[in-house]
Design a protein around this ligand. Structure first.
Ligand code: G4P
Ligand code: NA
Ligand code: NA
Length: 194
């Protein structure tokens, strides 16, 4: 998605070889028109899939899941994140280890809102190590729902997330795929699949 790549080039702050800050337009302050355009792009990519629900994880996936849900005409669900692993009978849950934050947390979705009749598109802001997204994939499978794909806004292709998801048989689409970065320079993967 060219518009998105341009904004990353103009406004992205590269903090190290691995961390990209996009707080001015995606992740803290949100450019609402761009978020809606991102949703429409996911809508176009998954137009032929009979999606019934979009699933994301709080917090920074929410605006893109909402935009995708609007484009596809379906509800979205955001998985809740909790520090303590409290077992509950009424939720699907997965344990996620964040390498970035060096902590393990639990993500959960109420059993009321996901079930065997659902066909799910997972959406998130970043695909990095894939830990959080694998947790969501596990939740979709636990619910007996069908997973039709994962859409992420920014993929850091030099990290292992995509490979991890593809090993699980998941179709992954990213709107901007970063091949490498260093302060002052972002390189995108040439064969963008959108
Ligand atoms: P992930 O690939 O499944 O997202 O897992 P990972 O453990 O690698 O990432 C941990 C958190 O850091 C995630 O946010 C992820 O979106 C975010 N993240 C990873 N790389 C970058 C980056 O280069 N820049 C920015 N800005 N964020 C990055 P989260 O746990 O979902 O938290 P939240 O921010 O959504 O609340
Ligand atoms: Na996120
Ligand atoms: Na994040």
């Amino acid at each position: 998605m060219k518009l998105l790549e341009e904004r990353i080039r103009q406004e992205g702050l590269i903090l190290s070889d691995t961390v990209l800050k996009v707080d001015s337009f995606l992740n803290h302050q949100v450019d609402t028109q761009l978020a809606l355009e991102i949703g429409r792009e996911f809508g176009r990519i998954f137009a032929n899939e009979p999606i019934t629900k979009v699933l994301t994880i709080e917090a920074s996936g929410i605006q893109f899941a909402m935009a995708a849900g609007i484009a596809l005409g379906v509800p979205f669900i955001y998985a809740k994140k909790k520090k303590a692993v409290t077992l509950s009978e009424n939720v699907y849950a997965a344990s996620v280890h964040s390498f970035t934050r060096q902590e393990t947390y639990q993500v959960s979705v109420s059993q009321k809102y996901l079930g065997p009749n659902d066909k799910v598109l997972i959406v998130d802001d970043f695909l990095a190590t894939g830990a959080a997204l694998v947790g969501l994939v596990d939740i979709v499978r636990e619910a007996g729902a069908e997973l039709l794909g994962v859409g992420c806004v920014i993929e850091k292709s030099f990290q292992e997330g995509r490979a991890l998801l593809e090993q699980k048989g998941v179709r992954v689409h990213a709107l901007a795929r970063i091949a490498s970065m260093s302060p002052g320079e972002v390189r995108f993967v040439e064969d963008e699949d959108d």
